[in-house]
Design a protein around this ligand. Structure first.
Ligand SMILES: C[S@@+](CC[C@H](N)C(=O)[O-])C[C@H]1O[C@@H](n2cnc3c(N)ncnc32)[C@H](O)[C@@H]1O
Length: 486
């Protein structure tokens, strides 16, 4: 091969950014005939070269480039996946839409998901808009990427509850299982009466509209209005609470007692037939609201796009970050007062600290052993506009802890891996809480290793267990142990 051609392929992975960019441009300028060479680097090159090859193919375009890029969408290297997605968007490859849609749902990394969303937006077909609307964004950056990707393709105002109409229907908050009472207290603190709690539910007192608590309540996943009675009456009554039903789309969902497949099919067919004359469309891939059959003759409605900027501060994530809805309730549980000194020794992306600081505290600090977590927490805290001191350090060493604390809130690492000094950070957190907690102080250990914590508590005689909550965190049994220092 002509040495300059070879050189530009080699330089695709150059450590110097300038050289790399020149090589990408050089390869792209060599045109379609050079695609197979670049595609080979994409398949077989080293990590850096593959990333560069993806960029070059994005500029070269054509079916062959598109096929090669699609083939690496599931590669191990996140940056390569990102570059491949961006390149496919640039190529405008309709053939890649399906693969991009699959990646969107499987992709664990925020920044790669954003690239996939934007690529789908660039390809701009009805199918891409559907794929984007059918997907549930997991983070604020997902939301933002989707908003940018869809641009003006969703011009209609979102469907919500109509705040101008008098409210008569029952309202239920869907909350983390095990935290019902904590959320009920939060609702009462908002000045809203509660009529009861139930498995993963907090029911509002009669006549209370959803907007009395939503989105103010931080401990709830969603808010739903309920209607009892035959579907012919109950569903239209639910639809009447919305700002708009004309040209809207819904998804039917059946909760509650198990039904056989045949039973379920008959039921859904009957409901669809009933809904057909109402001028609303069953579109499970992109719906304005869900209609849920919870039990015999009880229906609920949940609009998909109720304003919710409660956790907009979450720009960055770590692998094991806690769901902020759960974090919000844990922060309430541990809170002792507005001047408390609060510490989280394994702060990850800072969720617990932000949620606690929002309730009002004196000094708030956190430590994590990984730089990725420290960076994520710092970004999120800044976005929340809060003053929280985050440090890189090993919390199994007592010198990384503050001199004294009024509250410790900790989401201990799952699993049995040890970090840093090799000491078990779970045991160390309990022991150092025993050493550092002021009288009247409280600590909350959120852990999947309850035995390790209860064991360690035996060696910390000043700490008294005051409450144990058994929770379900996405299928994992987790325990929140609240302790106090007398
Ligand atoms: C379950 S995560 C915490 C997630 C956090 N609550 C959030 O919402 O992002 C546990 C964290 O403990 C950190 N960690 C593990 N061992 C540690 C140690 N010895 N000292 C400090 N942090 C540690 C991990 O890096 C990880 O970020």
């Amino acid at each position: 091969m002509d040495p300059s051609r070879l050189q530009c392929l080699i330089d695709l992975g150059h450590t110097d950014q300038r050289r790399r960019e020149d090589a990408v441009r050089d390869c792209a300028n060599r045109g379609e005939a050079f695609v197979p060479e670049v595609a080979r680097v994409l398949q077989e090159g080293d990590t850096g070269a593959r990333r560069g090859a993806a960029q070059a193919l994005g500029r070269m375009g054509g079916q062959q480039a598109s096929d090669a890029l699609t083939a690496v969408l599931d590669a191990e290297d996140g940056k390569l996946r990102k570059n491949a997605a961006t390149a496919l968007g640039r190529v405008g490859s309709e053939a890649a839409v399906e693969a991009l849609g699959r990646r969107l749902h499987a992709e664990p990394l925020d920044y790669v998901r954003s690239a996939v969303v934007l690529a789908l937006g660039r390809i701009d077909t009805d199918q891409t808009a559907q794929a984007l609307l059918a997907w549930t964004p997991a983070t604020p950056s997902d939301e933002e990427a989707r908003r940018r990707a869809l641009g003006d393709r969703v011009p209609r105002a979102p469907v919500g509850f109509d705040t101008d109409k008098p409210w008569t229907l029952p309202v239920r908050l869907s909350v983390p299982q095990g935290l019902e009472e904590v959320v009920a207290d939060e609702v009462r603190a908002l000045g809203v009466p509660v009529s009861g709690t139930h498995d993963s539910s907090v029911r509002l007192a009669k006549g209370t509209p959803p907007w009395a608590v939503w989105p103010a309540v931080r401990g709830a996943y969603a808010v739903r209005a309920a209607g009892k009675g035959a579907p012919e009456k109950a569903i239209p009554a639910l639809l009447a609470t919305l700002t708009r039903t004309k040209d809207t789309t819904y998804r039917l969902h059946v909760d509650g007692p198990r039904r056989s497949r045949a039973e379920l099919r008959t039921l859904l067919t009957r409901l669809r037939r009933l809904l057909a004359p109402l001028g609303i469309t069953d579109q499970p891939a992109a719906y304005d609201y869900q209609i849920v059959l919870t039990q015999q003759d009880t229906f609920e409605i949940e609009p998909s796009f109720l304003g919710d900027d409660r956790f907009a501060y979450r720009h960055k994530d770590v692998g094991a970050s806690i769901h902020p809805v759960i974090g919000a309730s844990l922060a309430r549980l541990v809170a002792t007062g507005p001047t408390a000194v609060v510490h989280d020794p394994t702060c990850g992306s800072g969720t617990l600290l932000v949620e606690r600081a929002l309730l009002g505290a004196g000094a708030v600090s956190g430590t994590d052993i990984t730089q990725v977590a420290v960076d994520a927490a710092t970004t999120n805290i800044q976005a929340a506009g809060l003053d929280i001191a985050i440090k890189l350090g090993d919390s199994a060493l007592i010198e990384t802890w503050p001199e004294f604390v009024d509250e410790v809130i900790v989401n201990l690492p799952f699993g049995v891996r040890t970090f840093g000094s090799g000491e078990d950070v779970t045991r160390a957190s309990v022991a150092f809480t025993g050493a550092k907690l002021n009288r009247g102080g409280r600590a909350l250990f959120y852990t999947s290793q309850v035995n390790t914590v209860t064991d360690a508590l035996r060696d910390a005689p000043d700490l008294k267990l005051v409450r144990r909550l058994d929770l379900d965190a996405g299928g994992i049994h987790v325990v929140a142990l609240l302790v106090e220092r007398a």
